[in-house]
Design a protein around this ligand. Structure first.
Ligand code: PMP
Length: 395
């Protein structure tokens, strides 16, 4: 007889793994070209430079101790300097808080900013990792769609005019995961103005901003308003294994996050913080390293987009891949991407159906493709396989 355990918290009922996620577990088969995962390319991670920094960090015992909850002071100082340059104002060290990846920043901020039932506005399609956190916090979630210029701030303004009062609006402003788009400067300004006028926070979640291919990302939303809490991360430019993310926020938010961080994990790792501090401070090396990653991802992205457009013509549209890690495609011929997935897996290619990112359903004709972990020729082969699978669904 299987044992009966005491119950878990009710909120977990909302957090079940989706059927699609379960299907995607099959994608680790060696013969499948993976466009489904959302991982940076480990081969481009700077192992030797990291090893050198690790050796330096271990030359005495100081990095082996617990550190301050808001982060290793040397790392906060480097981040404050980098964020000051990005935001065009002096960001004091007290306003920089290091987290265990930016995912932990989302989780701590949900606790700091949300009472049960509070309204959170997200983009649709949404970053699933954020949705999970906000749902677990008991938020009421309302979605605002994306278009080519990012969040539809006109629709956000309508919601506000109808009396909706969000605790915060979450946006992935640069090279959206999963939507692939970047918010235009005009929309950034409008979002900031709405935040100031209606008194809500904006969480600007920006792990991809440095991975631009054609033009640098526009100035952050945080340059336009002090109601913006900016999140970023070393995961996509150095390595996710460091688990170094950070937030930039006014002092009261940082103090509240500090209280909760102490309960969550006391502090981050002084060791990985010092390694990240050394690499982020080595500007000449860092610029050259990020250039290499951008060039590699840019070439892969262009190859994928070119092959997709050549193969699917007017049956589908896709984003331009101007940075980040993802291309979003919409089938205009009614192809159901959930129904297509098993056939695509048979043909040897995996992607994530759009419905996995939908806040309230929809996106049945859409998909997310990640271009980071295969070379151009392999990506072209992936699109050939996808086209073959899509052809067979039509017959
Ligand atoms: N925000 C977004 C939009 C992401 O895509 C990710 C990673 N998939 C994260 C936050 C979290 O990244 P990390 O915790 O590694 O910094």
């Amino acid at each position: 007889m299987s044992p009966v355990f005491p119950p878990l918290a009710n909120k977990l009922g909302e957090l079940k793994s989706s059927a699609i996620r379960d299907l995607l577990k099959l994608t680790s088969r060696a013969d499948i070209i993976g466009l489904a995962g959302g991982l940076p390319d480990a081969d481009l991670m700077p192992r030797e430079r990291l090893a050198k920094a690790a050796e330096g960090a271990l030359s005495d015992n100081s990095c082996l101790q617990y550190t301050e909850s808001p982060g290793w002071p040397a790392l906060r100082a480097v981040l404050a300097a980098r964020e000051s340059a990005k935001l065009g104002r002096t960001v004091p060290v007290e306003e920089v808080f290091v987290t265990h990846g930016s995912q932990q920043a989302l989780s701590l901020l949900a606790e700091v900013l949300l009472d049960p039932g509070a309204l959170v506005i997200v983009e649709d399609p949404a970053y699933v990792g954020a949705l999970q956190v906000f749902r677990a916090a008991g938020a009421r979630i309302v979605a605002v769609p994306l278009d080519r210029e990012g969040m539809r701030t006109d629709l956000l303004a309508e919601l506000l005019a109808r009396g909706e009062r969000p605790a915060f609006v979450h946006t992935v402003s640069n090279f959206h995961n999963p939507g692939g788009v970047t918010m235009s400067p005009a929309r950034r300004r409008e979002l900031a103005e709405l935040a100031d006028a209606h008194g809500f926070w904006v969480i600007e979640d920006d792990p991809y901003g440095e991975l631009w291919f054609d033009n640098p990302a526009p100035a952050p939303v945080a340059t336009y308003s002090r109601n913006v809490i900016r999140l970023s991360s070393s995961s996509k430019i150095l390595s996710p294994a460091l688990r170094v993310g950070w937030l930039v926020a006014p002092d009261p938010v940082c103090r509240a996050v500090e209280l909760l961080k102490q309960g969550a994990d006391l502090c981050g790792s002084a060791l990985t913080h010092q390694i990240a501090a050394e690499l982020l401070a080595d500007e000449a090396w860092l610029t050259a390293h990020i250039d290499t990653v951008r060039a590699a991802y840019g070439a892969r992205a262009k190859a994928l987009v070119h092959a997709f457009r050549a193969r699917f013509g007017d049956r589908a549209t896709c984003t331009d891949a101007s940075g980040g890690m993802f291309v979003w495609a919409d089938f205009t011929d009614g192809t159901d991407t959930e129904a297509l997935l098993p056939k695509a897996l048979d043909a040897g290619v995996a992607y994530v159906p759009g419905s996995a990112f939908a806040v309230d359903g929809g996106y049945r004709n859409s998909m997310r493709m990640c271009f980071t972990t295969s070379e151009a020729a392999t990506l072209e082969q992936a699109i050939d396989r996808l086209a073959r699978a899509a052809q067979s669904t039509q017959l």
